[in-house]
Every structure is written in C-alpha cells, then in structure tokens.
Write a protein that binds this ligand. Structure first.
Ligand SMILES: Cc1cc2nc3c(=O)[nH]c(=O)nc-3n(C[C@H](O)[C@H](O)[C@H](O)COP(=O)(O)OP(=O)(O)OC[C@H]3O[C@@H](n4cnc5c(N)ncnc54)[C@H](O)[C@@H]3O)c2cc1C
Length: 509
C-alpha cells in the first residue's frame, strides 16, 4: 500500500520554534501579561460570563496548539472569514493541533457552558465559522492528507482546504469530488453537500464520504460510517456542523488526471444570447465526464483577456472534461470554435491547476452577497432573464453563474442523505461582490431583485452552503426539505443541549 502524508508547515514551525511546555506556558500567561484577570465569554444562550484566570490557565496548559486573545497578532487572522461583510469577535481562538486539543476544548466549553464556533476554511458566506464572545476552534493547523491507493480513499484532516486534498491525491492520479475554488475548506463544503467538476460523474461530495471522525458533545471521539453510528453518518452528509467537531473525513477517490481538458473561453456580452443557447444545448447532451459552467460578468483583469476589455461585460463558458484528454478535446471543440472569443484558455492542463483557476476572482475580505436556487433545467426564458440581470450588474466583481451538476446525484433516492435535492440539475448563483461598505445597498439589491425575478425557475430547493446570514434559518427548510425532522431526531441523540449551534442550526426535538 502506498501512502503519502502531507502536513502544513505551520504546526512544524510551532513545535520547532519553542519547546511545547514553554509554548503553552507562554499561552497561559497571556492573560496575566495583559493585566486581565478574567476572560469574558458568551454562554450558549448568549449570556455574558466571566471565567477566572485560574480556570482559563488550567485549561490552556492542556493545549498543544496556540491560543490567541483579542490584540494578539494572529487573533485577527483567525477570527476573520472570507466574507468581508462579517465582523465577529470570538473571546478566544484556539488553533487545534490534533484531536486531543479538540476534545480538551469541547470539554471546556461543555463544562463552562461556553458558546463554541468552528472554523474550517472560513469560506461560509454567512460567516458561520465565527461568533461574538465564543471559543473559536480554528482547525487550520490540521491539514494532513493520507492517501490509500489500495482501497482508493483519502483521509483528510478537517482543517484541509480543497487544494490540500487535490495536491496529495493527484500524486496518485486520483481525485475526490470537491468544489471549484481550491481555498475553500473541505469540512464546511462536505458537511453541507458539496459539488464541483466531478459531481456529474460521482454525485455530491457528501455522497462520496466513506467515514467521518468526530468529537461529539460529550467530548468523545466517534467514528461514523456505513457500519458504525449509521444515524450520525447519515446526518453528517448534508446536516452541516450540527453534530460535533469533525476532525477527519475519508473520501472515495477516482482515477482523474493528472492531465485533463479544462479552462475558460470568453466572448463579449453582445454574444451572450448565442453563447447561452450553445451552453443549453451542449449541457443537455454532455457526457458525464464533461461539466459546463456559464458565467456573465464584467471581464476580470486576467492576462488572457485583452487589457482594453477589462471591466467590460463578457459571457464565459468554463469547462472540464475529466476523462481522457484526447476525447476531451473533441468534446470541447464546439466551444473553442464558436464565434470570435476575446480569450481562450480551454486547454490540456493538470487537473490540480484547473481546481485553482478561479481562486484569484474570490479573494478573502471583499464583500459578498449571494442568492441561489437549484434548477431542474435551463429554459430559454431563464436565459432571457439572465441577460437582463447581468446587464444590471454594477460591480466589476459580480456575476451570474450557472453550474451544471446533473448526473450521478440524480440517481440516488431522496432519503439517501440529508443533502437531498436529487432533482437538481443546475445551480443558479447570483453572486454579488464589491469592495466598499457604502455600496452594500446597491449590490445586495441587485442580487435580491434578480433572484426574485428568477426563482420561479427553481426546483424549490436551494444549496445550504450558499445561504447568506439573513437567510439563516428561514431557508434551511428549502435546503434540507423532508430530512429536517430526521435530522432533529439525530441531533437530539448526539447533541441534546444544542452545543453545536453556530451553523444552519437544527434544533434537537
Ligand atoms: C469562493 C467560494 C467558492 C465556493 N465554491 C464551492 C463549490 O465549488 N462547491 C460547493 O459545494 N461549495 C462551494 N462554496 C461554498 C462552500 O461549500 C461553503 O462556503 C462552505 O461552508 C465552506 O467550508 P469552510 O470549511 O471553508 O467553511 P467555514 O466557514 O469554516 O465553516 C462553515 C460551517 O461549517 C462548520 N464547520 C467547519 N469546520 C467544521 C468541523 N471541523 N466540524 C464541524 N463543523 C465544521 C462551521 O461551524 C460552520 O457552521 C464556495 C464558497 C466560496 C466562498
């Protein structure tokens, strides 16, 4: 059996730079150094409590990872999330360095009735990773990936970003079903469903999870899989972070790459009616290996687009053919030969490279507001609406996006896992993105108006991982549908006091 192991460099640095004990002592003396004798925190119900120094110190000396308080250099790096609209301040952040740290923190939070929040990649648009007054478990030091080439699985620690997993699995020409932006966290994406270029072949990311290691509300490490704690295993595949702190996920892997055909072709927006029609017909007949994404937005300042077109409206098709490249080249030929593109980078390339192609368009700290719906098909009338609302975009970063996801996910029954939405074939995302807070109103209104006009085309379902702060919890029902009742029962069994509540919360019943 061939196994590869990757560790992020950060934990090595932490351990090497100072002896463990000294490191912890430095942590535990921070309160004293700052002249603070108590730590103000929030309880689960939002009451303010003060924990005395002795209590906090005796907990912190048990930790291997570092802990940060407001004012510490690395506190802000942890507490901030991808969406710059979110500005929350946990009372303390612990960067867990292993499962034992997670258990220690869960015990501390449980025994002292402290609000917990968990940060994976921090990419949730609603900012669910961060909460005022909470104890934040920042998982970013737990980024190991172990690939088992014999049974074609990978075990990834819960702080991994998508790129960490792709990087290690591609060493063996294997891939897990993950998303489109390599900086997204695996934990939030997987627990909420997950889709990407391989979804048409193998289903939601959650459909391809074979096991989960999780620290539950009673501070125990538990394994959930198809033959252990099966109720929990069912719930974790779509039910989000409601059931504990996930420390590792096992994924099924499939032969993909290292080279695939993938990339983007872009045309001026004046070509959009014809390009959207091309998208509609190609997508309807595409083999499962081919995934197509259509996008309308102002041209980003990308080197492959003419400089004088940057900021002007474009229509673009993103494609990935994840099978043999020579077949892929034929499959994408109708796109490459269509009209007069402004730019074309739809080529043979490493799969891992395609997985990070969009990263630069989604930087951390910008302001983001999304509205999204699942669609059963692309109707010509929807394309007309897309043209109208793309024409009303007022930010250089906003976009209307159509993701194709039909295929394997449609073949499983609704009860398979709470991610559900088995009739969804496309995802419509109205992605508002801008720089300045004083423009919030304009861009939020754009996304809302477009959504109000287009939601008539929806299956009625929506992607839980794309819900904004304002939509929580109202639209959780639209995302989880009939699974909600069963999820609430599992929640009661595993987290009766609703300790894990900084998420799309499911109340125990
Ligand atoms: C730029 C961008 C691109 C995206 N692309 C895709 C895509 O292609 N496909 C797709 O399906 N989705 C995509 N998403 C949505 C993505 O799935 C969600 O934003 C997801 O929540 C991100 O996971 P995270 O770990 O980064 O989240 P975080 O913000 O860290 O956490 C989100 C939620 O997950 C919980 N959580 C995190 N870690 C754990 C853990 N270890 N144990 C228990 N609960 C935990 C948190 O408590 C929180 O409730 C994208 C998002 C962004 C911002």
């Amino acid at each position: 059996m061939l196994r590869t192991v990757s560790y992020d460099t950060a934990p090595v640095e932490v351990c090497r730079s100072r002896p463990l004990r000294g490191h912890c002592m430095q942590n535990s003396s921070t309160i004293r150094q700052k002249g603070i004798s108590t730590l103000k925190m929030k309880t689960r119900e939002g009451r303010e409590v003060e924990l005395n120094q002795e209590k906090v110190d005796s907990w912190r000396v048990q930790l291997r990872g570092p802990a940060f308080l407001p004012g510490d250099t690395r506190y802000d790096e942890s507490r901030t999330v991808w969406n710059g609209m979110i500005d929350r301040r946990p009372s303390i952040v612990v960067r867990c360095l292993g499962i034992a740290d997670v258990i220690t923190c869960v015990k501390f939070a449980r025994d002292n009735d402290i609000l917990l929040c968990i940060k994976g990649g921090g990419h949730n648009i609603a900012g669910l990773a961060s909460a005022d007054g909470a104890l934040m478990l920042d998982m970013s030091l737990m980024r190991g990936v172990w690939v088992n080439t014999q049974n074609k699985t990978a075990h990834a620690q819960a702080g991994c970003l998508l790129g960490d997993v792709d990087r290690e699995t591609q060493v063996h020409e294997l891939a897990a079903v993950l998303g489109f932006v390599s900086l997204t966290g695996i934990a939030g994406l997987t627990l909420g469903g997950g889709f990407g270029y391989l979804t048409r072949r193998w289903g939601w990311t959650a459909d391809n999870v074979v096991g989960v290691d999780i620290v539950t509300a009673d501070a125990r490490l538990v394994r959930a899989s198809s033959d252990e704690n099966t109720d929990l295993f069912w719930a974790l595949r779509g039910g989000g972070g409601n059931f504990g702190v996930v420390t590792g996920i096992d994924y099924a892997l499939y032969p993909v790459g290292p080279e695939i055909v993938g990339g983007v072709v872009a045309w001026p927006a004046s070509e959009a009616p014809k390009v959207l029609e091309l998208y509609r017909t190609l997508a309807e007949n595409a083999p499962p290996e081919l995934t197509l994404v259509a996008m309308m937005r102002p041209a980003p300042p990308a080197p492959w687009l003419p400089k004088d077109r940057h900021g002007t409206p474009i229509v673009a098709l993103l494609a990935c053919y994840s099978g043999r490249p020579e077949v892929g080249e034929k499959a994408v030929a109708p796109i490459k030969s269509f009209g007069n593109p402004l730019g074309d980078i739809l080529v043979r390339r490493p799969y891992a490279q395609l997985q990070s192609l969009l990263d630069a368009t989604q930087p951390k700290g910008r302001r983001y507001y999304w509205k999204s719906e699942y669609l059963p098909r692309i109707e010509p009338a929807l394309c007309e609406k897309i043209l109208v609302h793309a024409g009303r975009i007022r930010s250089p970063h906003s976009a209307v996006i159509l993701f194709q996801i039909d295929g394997a996910l449609n073949r499983l029954g609704g009860e398979h896992s709470p991610v559900g939405n088995r009739e969804a074939r496309y995802v419509l995302n109205l992605a508002g993105s801008w720089e300045h807070p004083d423009e919030d109103g304009v861009h939020i209104k754009w996304a809302r108006d477009a959504w109000n006009d287009m939601r008539v085309f929806s299956t009625g379902g929506t992607y839980i991982n794309f819900l904004t702060e304002e939509e929580v919890p109202e639209r959780t029902g639209a995302a989880l549908g009939k699974a909600l009742q069963r999820l609430a029962e599992v929640k009661k069994r595993w987290d009766p006091e609703n300790m894990f509540r900084t998420n799309h919360n499911i109340k125990p019943v």
